[in-house]
Design a protein. Sequence first.
Length: 157
Amino acid sequence: MLVEDLSGMERAVALYASDMPTDYRLQGPVDTTLIGWISQGAARLGREETRRRASYLLGHRKLWLRDMTTPEIDRRHNERFPSARRLKLAESMASTSYFWAPVAPAARDIPAVIDGPCPKCDDAGKLWARWVIDAEAEWYEEGYGPCWVCQPEDGAA
Ligand SMILES: [Zn+2]
């Protein structure tokens, strides 16, 4: 599996699962050891699991940024990544790796997935709202639309 085919979040997840020491520091301008650890962690988890965990990590981030995480969602997140310090390091190393191993265009879009009941729609997957059809014409319609928190955004796989 090529490191280039892994998105940033997937690289972070792979590094977390690898042998990388939690007090690791970059070795020189091009750190091939780091690239090796990304491959190691991704191979260890497998392609599917790496992607799944990265999607959950993105989902958790999306909620966390809006102060919307629930105890259940936090619990699952902490089970998956027990060390916040290691996760922080893995994420920072993953972004550094872009310099030597750019993310392939096809690898960029992974969906954010909420691991647990959705705090916005309670897993209905839809929300009652007023939707703008044409703002200039002041044309609005009320109805159900996909929940913006737990449903994949347009364009994402
Ligand atoms: Zn929802």
